[in-house]
Write a protein that binds this ligand. Sequence first.
Ligand code: AMP
Length: 209
Amino acid sequence: MKISLLGAPGSGKGTQAKLLSQYYDIAHISTGDLFRKAISENTELGKKIKQYMSTLVPDSIVMDLVKERLSKDDCKNGYILDGFPRTVNQARLFDRYTKLDKVIYLNVPKEEVVDRILSRRTCENCGEIYNTHTFSDTKCVKCGHNLVIRKEDENIELRFDTYLKETFPLVKYYKGENLLGEVIVDSNSKSAVENINQTFEAIKRILGD
Ligand code: AMP
């Protein structure tokens, strides 16, 4: 199974990708995580892409990284792409490389994603995600390292504008390819956990489970 999760920053792609990866036992590939790792390890790639983290890393760099990652053994049975493709050009280039089975669009209202980004904290070591509404500690439960605000989350308006301009057109693109499944996430009066579970069930239904 090869699927991609599409949605605004803060729409829950990372959380859902982790759940789906466990459930279907397939690899979770987050291009954002791969870039953050390269930056924290100060690799050649990290130095090159640091400047782009609040907008978008150039397509050629992204494509090389993704192809290299997908050639690894753990991707043989399939994968969940989280944050890729992020532009129509990336989608076209990726179509030439392989065909996706489904693209899941997490449709979350802007006010909700802004609130989620403002309250999002990420472990600087293992990448585990927390929300200050539900978790007030400053250390990761899994590994004990500090929870931080992602550098690229500091400029929310720029992140959201980039999403609307570059990534949102993928909804139309994948509709045209007959690959799109949409989950409308309405979080009114629901707890975060209920919301996550409902979204997960809706995604599984789209995937025929
Ligand atoms: P994310 O954690 O998915 O929001 O990604 C963090 C940052 O990594 C983004 O703001 C971009 O600068 C970069 N990035 C991640 N995935 C891509 C992609 N597919 N294309 C271009 N840039 C990306």
